[in-house]
Design a protein around this ligand. Structure first.
Ligand code: FE2
Ligand code: FE2
Length: 372
């Protein structure tokens, strides 16, 4: 008796002779095979094949309308077909035909008239091969799924770490948690409007909260100084861009690479008067230009201990004044265009009293705090 998994495999017979089909079916059933399907019209072979997804095909060569080679051609066009062995049933011993059939993808031949032992042995051998293939591809699928799951988890962990790093930066700074929530959303929205693909927008979304991470390297006496900063103190303050980039540098992660660029370039200005490099116009990476706009807009429209929140109109006017000087003019246009969506984000993520009381001084934007 053959093993159960061999006997329960699906066998598909394609033969125009009903007599042959019945003969083979009876023969196989007597040996315990339970899953035998057949067609006598070769034109329906592929359709039925797709429906039943057999483990093995027994194919006649000489058939009207579409012969065995024609059926093979159609089968070969199906994905994943190559693991399903096709055995040709033939009375012909012609070598040329056999070679042609092999070349068309046929695995083996069973001679007519059938010898029961030959039929069973060949079918069993090929089904064993087929089942092995099936097992391997199932295992591969499982492994791939597991790898996918791990990769997702890793990406999730990476984003988590980055978020926490950004929060650690906030504790050093006097910003509210909601600032980075809003500005990262404004940033990805703006990225979308300039045609950055969804993955790129997501990277900017996750990377932009770290734009000021370099402030963890700025001494308290400067970072928390209530009065105006001296020129030397400002120079140190400005180094938060390069310090942030340094903290984030050297990683293989796309997320950290993006965060590094943002940390380094978010204070560059379109006319070249920004820092740390004084880079101009489109030489400033787009993500840096984007974060510059969303960061300043959020700072302007947020309340600070020494200033009221500006109205949206005032803030937009201020952005407009800065177009071509501080900001990429194209981005200001786009920003105004998506202003309704910006305002939705703004009203969804408002500062709570608790987060506001945490702020004592805005050291976030040198632009908002005049130099001595
Ligand atoms: Fe900054
Ligand atoms: Fe900011």
């Amino acid at each position: 008796m053959l093993p159960e998994k061999i006997l329960s495999s699906k066998i598909f017979i394609v033969d125009d002779s009903l007599e042959n089909v019945q003969l083979l079916t009876d023969l196989l059933k007597r040996r315990g095979f339970q899953n035998i399907h057949s067609v006598t019209e070769s034109l329906k072979a592929v359709e039925t094949y797709l429906e039943i997804q057999p483990d093995l095909v027994l194919l006649d060569l000489n058939m009207p309308h579409l012969d065995g080679f024609g059926v093979m051609e159609q089968l070969n066009a199906i994905d994943d077909h190559s693991d399903v062995p096709v055995i040709v049933l033939t009375a012909k011993t012609d070598q040329e035909i056999r070679i042609r059939a092999f070349e068309a993808g046929v695995r083996d031949f069973i001679s007519k008239p059938f010898n029961i032992k030959e039929v069973i042995n060949r079918i069993q051998n090929w089904l064993e091969v087929r089942l092995l293939h099936k097992e391997i591809s199932n295992q591969n699928r499982e492994l791939e799924a597991r790898v996918r799951e791990r990769t997702q988890k890793l990406a999730h962990t990476q984003r988590e770490i980055v978020k926490r790093l950004a929060r650690a930066g906030e504790y050093r700074d006097n910003e509210t948690g909601m600032h980075i929530v809003r500005m990262s959303r404004y940033s990805s929205l703006l990225a979308e409007t300039v045609g950055i693909n969804p993955e790129g927008c997501e990277l900017i979304f996750h990377a932009s909260p770290m734009h000021d991470i370099g402030k963890i390297g700025i001494p308290d006496r400067i970072l928390l100084k209530p009065g105006k900063l001296t020129r030397d103190e400002w120079d140190i303050m400005r180094s938060h861009t390069e310090m942030g980039a340094e903290i984030l540098s050297g990683s293989d992660s796309d997320l950290l690479k993006k965060a590094e660029v943002i940390a380094k370039t978010h204070h560059e200005k379109w006319d070249g008067s920004g820092y740390p490099k004084g880079t101009k116009g489109e030489d400033i990476p787009i993500e840096g230009r984007i974060v510059a706009v969303s960061d300043v807009f959020d700072a302007l429209t947020s309340e600070r201990p020494y200033k009221k929140a500006w109205t949206v109109e005032e803030a937009v006017e201020e952005l407009d004044r800065g177009r071509g000087a501080h900001f990429d003019p194209q981005l200001i246009e786009k920003f105004k265009h998506v202003l309704p969506d910006v305002l939705k984000i703004k009203s969804k993520f408002v500062d709570s009293e608790e987060t506001q009381s945490k702020m004592s001084l805005d050291v976030f934007h040198p632009d908002l705090k005049p130099e001595v």
